[in-house]
Design a binder for this molecule. Structure first.
Ligand SMILES: Nc1ncnc2c1ncn2[C@@H]1O[C@H](COP(=O)(O)OP(=O)(O)OP(=O)(O)O)[C@@H](O)[C@H]1O
Ligand SMILES: [Mg+2]
Length: 502
């Protein structure tokens, strides 16, 4: 076919105990935005790594421009105009935006690196993307959105024909997402093919032309986006029907467990709230509003500069995470790859790391008990793995996330802080996490949930604290929840109900 830019036939990739790609076939046409969806561990990242030449398939072919390859190498993939933007960006923090865009590219005829020339050219690309990034600015300290712009500019400078994006909107604000969609639409108009991986199904209806569903490494279906509904996509991905987005909760809100008064630290100021037994308290705000920072201060991972914390009506000085954990406070971090997990240890080791003492007798850890606990969580969260001895490093992104959740759950905290608990998690598992949060509060625990997904906050929380530019701009009870109102507070609109003490 004339319009096919990439044709994949019978691709197979196995790891010990796992078939990541199972006879997978699919083709991509010129100038389309083709979404790739599937549950955590379905094989999406494995597929794009094969296309980019980062790994070799066991068998099958990848056809580009009528040449069939058994496996590509990164060099060939690049020459053919294939560029991938992985979720963990591939930038050099100490270099400027322009230097990153033209890394490994000779811009003048000689070997001489011409900084000014690079900056001019990078500025041109940034402008064509509708952004106003300063090319001389170092990548270090940039917002995720700007880093992504640098990544895309890098691809554009190399005459990209096939751009692959793995969950590009996860770290972006609503406004930045709009800019990204515009960039994608412009690329499409220029004939670039975009393969777009996302767990946010709503986005696909706005940006994609076609969608391919994968399950257990297999091809399930390719559909025109205008011919499917969200429910149908969920059915294709998971094999089951999900009618409600949020499971029912029967928690009773009880006595106050935590009172935070005018907490300041890590650049955030004036945060007040109370948290009760049985309550899910949400933290809303745009990316970078200071939600993660203030929770790190509360958790003792960062020093506080001012303010008081009362736990069960007693003043408490949380000066380290160890003290927080000892007092029954658990935190599931946003950046789980670096903070939450030991990648070179097994699932069993990671899940039980915090409860080794409970599982030991006379100082000897019971491997059997460890395995039983780990097995229980693997089943409960449907962690896709051949067994609990698998190294966490080898799990798919979403499954690693589930291990962090399991680890914190196993530690039996009374107050659990979830920072973006469903980022990168597939729809089915999202529902499981919501159910788990419900079970926690139904059993009398209290939950704090930071999320950038407004529907999730509205669907799950009893009250909301809103932050804007490192300070609290609102405390919103459920009776006043509305997307517009919360967004206006999160964008610095008129402040209201600052104090959460009641
Ligand atoms: N290096 C590896 N060693 C062992 N197993 C692996 C390795 N890489 C991937 N796998 C397994 O292959 C399967 C597919 O993983 P992949 O990362 O492609 O999933 P995914 O669809 O991208 O999921 P997610 O939505 O969670 O990112 C998973 O079961 C994963 O554990
Ligand atoms: Mg993945």
């Amino acid at each position: 076919m004339v319009n096919t830019v990439l044709d994949i036939k019978n691709l197979r990739k196995t790891y010990p105990g796992v078939t990541a790609l199972d006879d997978f076939s699919c083709s991509f046409t010129k100038g389309e935005v083709h979404a790739l969806i599937g549950e955590n561990g379905a094989g999406k990242s494995t597929l794009i790594k094969c296309i980019a030449g980062a790994i070799s398939p066991d068998s099958g072919t990848i056809t580009l421009d009528d040449t069939a390859y058994l496996g590509l190498d990164p060099e060939t993939a690049k020459t053919k105009g294939i560029e991938v933007i992985y979720q963990e960006f591939n930038l050099v923090p100490s270099l400027s935006a322009a230097e990153n865009v033209f890394l490994n590219v000779k811009t003048s005829n000689g070997i001489l690196v011409n900084t000014r020339q690079r900056e001019f050219m990078a500025a041109d690309i940034f402008k064509s993307m509708g952004g106003e990034l300063n090319p001389a600015q170092p990548v270090w300290g940039m917002s995720p959105a700007n880093m992504q712009i640098v990544e895309i500019a890098k691809a554009l400078s190399r005459n990209v024909r096939l751009l692959i994006m793995d969950e590009p909107t996860a770290p972006l604000t609503i406004k930045e997402t709009r800019l990204l969609f515009q960039i994608v639409k412009d690329l499409k108009a220029k004939g670039v093919t975009v393969i777009y991986i996302s767990h946010r199904l709503e986005e696909l209806f706005e940006i994609a032309d076609r969608v391919t569903v994968m399950r257990d490494g297999k091809f399930v279906a390719t559909k025109d986006i205008k011919d499917v509904t969200r429910q149908e996509l969920i059915l294709l991905m998971t094999g089951r029907v999900l009618n409600n987005n949020y499971p029912e909760r029967r928690a009773v809100i009880g006595e106050e467990v935590l009172w935070v008064e005018n907490l300041c630290g890590w650049g955030v100021e004036g945060v007040h709230f109370t948290l009760h037994k049985g309550e899910v308290l949400g933290f809303a705000g745009l990316v970078g509003a200071g939600r993660t920072e203030i929770m790190s201060v509360l958790f003792g991972a960062f020093p506080k500069t001012y303010g008081d914390t009362y736990l069960r009506n007693k003043k408490i000085h949380i000066t380290s995470p160890r003290i927080a954990v000892k007092n029954g406070i658990g935190l599931i971090p946003e950046d789980r790859k670096y903070q939450g997990l030991f990648l070179f240890q097994s699932i069993r080791w990671n899940i039980t790391a915090g409860i080794v003492k409970q599982l030991s007798k006379f100082g000897i850890v019971s491997g059997k008990k460890e395995k039983a606990v780990a097995d229980e969580y693997v089943t409960r969260f449907n962690i896709k793995t051949p067994g609990v001895e698998q190294l966490v490093l080898n799990l798919s992104g979403g499954n690693q996330q589930k291990v962090v959740l399991a680890k914190t759950m196993a530690a039996h905290s009374d107050i659990i802080i979830f920072d973006e608990p469903t980022r990168g998690i597939d729809v089915g598992a999202k529902w499981e996490i919501y159910k788990l949060i419900n079970e926690l509060v139904e059993s009398g625990k209290a939950v704090i949930m930071i999320s950038s997904e407004m529907p999730e906050l509205i669907g799950m929380c009893d009250n909301l604290v809103v932050l804007y530019e490192h300070r609290q701009t609102g405390f919103v009870p459920k009776s006043k929840f509305s997307q517009e109102y919360i967004l206006s507070l999160a964008s610095g609109g008129p402040e209201e109900g600052i104090c959460g003490k009641n």
